[in-house]
Unconditional design. Structure first.
Ligand SMILES: NC(=O)c1ccc[n+]([C@@H]2O[C@H](COP(=O)([O-])OP(=O)(O)OC[C@H]3O[C@@H](n4cnc5c(N)ncnc54)[C@H](OP(=O)(O)O)[C@@H]3O)[C@@H](O)[C@H]2O)c1
Length: 366
């Protein structure tokens, strides 16, 4: 009997998520020469997945596409020209392949940073994603990992992990190092990964949060100071005062967008790096004028994900440093995806919302 998958499918993009439907026996496509069949064991969610599911921001997913970009699982079968993977390898997805199924998106080298066009053409939007028991992915969308990490932990690295890594390690000559001061914002996936990576290097990390309870968890992960951004609207200057002689931060991981950028400018060090990553803060916040950075003389760096080469370095770093990647307390079953999205949207989570996918959910022979 042919193997089928239990998969979420984007029948249509609707704001109440009613366009997401669970298919019980989705046929698995034939493997191309460079494709790999993966039994997914865990997936993690991103704001992007919600935005795509709802059809916001002009992000279009083809009808029937499997949502989700982040996942980890076990290789079941490889195509005839797959070079570096074999059955039983443990793999993490990377959102963007080397070559895209559509002709319009240019190929992406191993060391190249993806552009917005690559991300839109990648997993979880134009290409089928990870919210499925089995998925077929190009070999270039998969990175091997060992036994140190659980599938749940590994699944958090595909998007927010690699973004955090790129923001700390991606700029030649400005990589985070021991003794640097780093500021991370809130307790979401990108910020917690950045906190854990920076702490492992020996940096001093100040974290902002709106929640006392989450502040305690950030401290337990190694944050040296916590600043409540709701109680302290001018948190940029307050955080800067914590740095030696009030000189400011070497690296700021800005995920809030217009809601946080003016405070990041107030906190960054001269010649420090302010990374611009997302817009999780209030959408109607006043934009920060670009000219503001002239007077602090900092580097401003837009970040989109990271390269496949970076992904391999990050996995090695996590394994070498035995980092126990932080997960939200609540873990969801694949069938409960919409509850998981609700938790993400309401920002009740800490770090990553993870979906567990039991192996061998369909028992037919491959
Ligand atoms: N550029 C890229 O390649 C890339 C990759 C991944 C994500 N992103 C974007 O980056 C942003 C963060 O992603 P994520 O996965 O970390 O999101 P997330 O897990 O959904 O982050 C949620 C957390 O953000 C914090 N937050 C909300 N408003 C804030 C504010 N005004 N100031 C500081 N913190 C605030 C809250 O922390 P507390 O509850 O502790 O207050 C909240 O729990 C999103 O906009 C996402 O789309 C971009």
């Amino acid at each position: 009997m042919a193997l089928t998958a239990v998969s979420w499918s984007t029948a249509s993009q609707v704001s109440d998520l009613s366009g997401l439907v669970l298919q019980n026996q989705r046929p698995i496509p034939e493997l191309g020469d460079k494709d790999v069949l993966v039994e997914l064991r865990a997936a993690s969610l991103n704001k992007r997945d919600l935005v795509v599911a709802k059809g916001q921001g002009g992000l279009v997913a083809p009808p029937g596409a499997i949502p989700g970009s982040d996942g980890a699982g076990v290789v079941v079968k490889v195509g005839s020209q797959v070079q570096n993977l074999q059955p039983n390898d443990r793999v993490i997805t990377h959102m963007v392949p080397d070559k895209f199924p559509n002709d319009a998106t240019p190929p992406l080298g191993d060391d190249e940073l993806p552009g917005w066009n690559h991300i839109c053409a990648g997993l979880g939007q134009e290409m089928n994603g990870t919210l499925t028991t089995y998925g077929v992915f190009p070999e270039s969308c998969l990175v091997k990992f060992g036994n140190m990490m659980s599938f749940e932990e590994a699944s958090t690295l595909s998007c927010s992990g690699i973004t955090a890594w790129n923001s700390l390690m991606g700029l030649e000559g400005k990589q985070v190092k021991k003794g640097d001061w780093v500021l991370v914002q809130g307790s979401g996936g990108v910020s917690v990964a950045a906190l854990q990576f920076a702490v492992a290097v020996g940096a001093i990390v100040v974290a902002t949060t709106s929640s006392e309870e989450k502040g305690l968890r950030l401290k337990a992960l190694g944050a040296s100071h916590i600043v409540n951004y709701r109680q302290t609207p001018s948190w940029g200057a307050v955080a800067k005062e914590l740095t030696p002689s009030g000189r400011g931060f070497d690296i700021i991981v800005d995920v809030g967008g217009n809601a946080t950028l003016s405070q990041s400018v107030a906190a960054v060090r001269r010649n420090g790096v302010m990374t611009v990553i997302g817009m999780i803060g209030e959408a109607d916040a006043e934009p920060t004028p670009m000219m503001a950075v002239l007077f602090v003389a900092c580097v401003v760096r837009g970040i989109l994900l990271g390269s496949r080469a970076m992904m391999r370095s990050m996995v090695k770093f996590v394994e070498d440093n035995k980092i126990k990647l932080a997960l939200d307390d609540e873990v969801f079953a694949l069938a409960d995806l919409k509850d998981a999205f609700k938790r993400l949207e309401e920002q009740k989570h800490f770090s990553k919302v993870v979906i567990q996918i039991p192996g061998k959910i369909q028992s037919e022979e491959v």
